[in-house]
Write a protein that binds this ligand. Structure first.
Ligand code: TXA
Ligand code: MG
Length: 349
């Protein structure tokens, strides 16, 4: 699928107005464009046009039953996409939008099946990144945008990551800044369950934390797929859960334990060519070693995580021992990505 991919400078929505206008036109005409958001780069297309979303699935190599998140830039764009906006959803949106929270509700007839992956629900989010917002406004339609990586590889947090994965497969890539959050949005379902009630269910942790959601909503159920491995054939409430994700080519081992425990474990097991990915408190450690932030600094860990996983690939690492963060606050999001990268291989030291 070789096609010409435009690289469009877009650091600033004011200064780079021409790029934004061109991206908007490409999107209106059914093309697909990699755009920045505050979480990760997204591969955008008109969410209401099945031909455009078909191109997104093809460019990513994404299974067609894995639904796409629809991105909007104004509150008024939400009600037409869903059957209803219940008060608890509205309250959450008022509190956390624009920002890294995706809310799932029953979809309206306006949303094509290709966008919802055949489900009768739709995931919607309003990004805060100024370039993303300018592009949605310019396109004049809601934009479906999964992470702009090839399916299976770590999500892109810089335009260069998008280029590495998607050059020749998409119409354009916006050359904007690096993503500040670094992990994908929190995904929360507010759909009605079998008993008709809307029990909030966390499907993917992100920078809007479980603690913040509980503070806003009271009880929030954490779906089993967030921290555990779903069995072959088990029904996943979020189709993305069942696919291999975020994985570098190296074998990842997630190591849980104290600084001393982690250091001791590595001394005894590390072979030549095996890497460590650790917290600043774990240093010094024998090379090769990558550091992804302070032990308690979950925001820094999230911001660097995917770039470091990609670096491991570039250096041809065979195996990497990653020190696991505590699964609270934004740490839960980091832990959730790492446990998938590790294919659920965890050692406790
Ligand atoms: O931060 C983000 O959310 C980024 C940026 C680009 O906005 N997007 C993103 O999209 O991460 P994607 O497609 O890589 O991940 C969306 C996740 C998938 O796991 C998908 O299965 C789930 O959300 N999802 C989407 N719609 C859903 C629905 N209707 N029901 C259940 N899960 C849904
Ligand atoms: Mg993704």
């Amino acid at each position: 699928m070789e096609k010409e991919t435009l690289l469009l400078p877009a650091r600033d929505p004011e200064r780079d107005r021409e790029s934004i206008a061109l991206a908007g036109r490409i999107l209106r005409e059914g093309g697909i464009v990699a755009i920045p958001t505050e979480t990760v780069y997204g591969l955008a297309g008109n969410a209401l046009d099945p031909a455009a979303t078909g191109r997104i699935y093809a460019a990513k190599g994404r299974p067609s039953d894995n639904p796409l998140i629809v991105h909007i830039q104004g509150m008024e764009e939400w009600p037409p996409l869903v059957k209803e906006v219940p008060p608890e959803a509205k309250g959450l949106a008022e509190r956390f939008w624009p920002g890294p929270l995706t809310i799932i509700l029953e979809k309206s007839a306006l949303v094509p099946e290709t966008t919802s992956g055949g489900l009768d629900t739709v995931a919607v989010r309003m990004p805060s990144d100024p370039v993303a917002r300018a592009v949605i406004r310019e396109a004049g339609v809601p934009l479906a945008a999964p992470s702009a990586n090839r399916s299976g590889s770590p999500s892109p947090t810089t335009w260069r990551h998008c280029r590495d994965d998607l050059m020749g497969r998409v119409d354009a890539i916006l050359q904007a800044g690096d993503c500040g959050v670094g992990v994908e949005s929190t995904v929360l379902s507010l759909c009605r369950g079998p008993d008709g009630s809307r029990r909030p269910r966390l499907l993917r942790p992100g920078a809007v934390t479980l603690e913040q959601l509980r503070q806003a909503l009271g009880e929030v159920v954490v779906d089993r797929g967030v921290l555990e491995h779903l069995e072959e054939g088990e029904k996943a409430p979020s189709p993305g859960m069942k696919y291999k994700h975020y994985a570098p080519r190296a074998e990842v081992v997630l190591v849980k334990g104290s600084t001393e425990g982690y250091r001791r474990y590595l001394e005894n097991c590390r072979q030549p060519g095996e890497h460590a990915m650790c917290f600043t408190q774990d240093l010094p450690l024998r090379e090769p070693v990558l550091c992804y932030g302070g032990r308690e600094d979950h925001a820094a860990q999230a911001e660097r995580l995917f770039d470091l996983l990609r670096q491991l690939d570039r250096t041809g690492a065979k195996k990497v021992y990653i020190h696991a963060p505590a699964p609270d606050g934004v740490g839960l999001a980091v832990y959730n990505r790492l446990i998938r990268a590790a294919a659920f291989r965890v050692v406790e030291v």
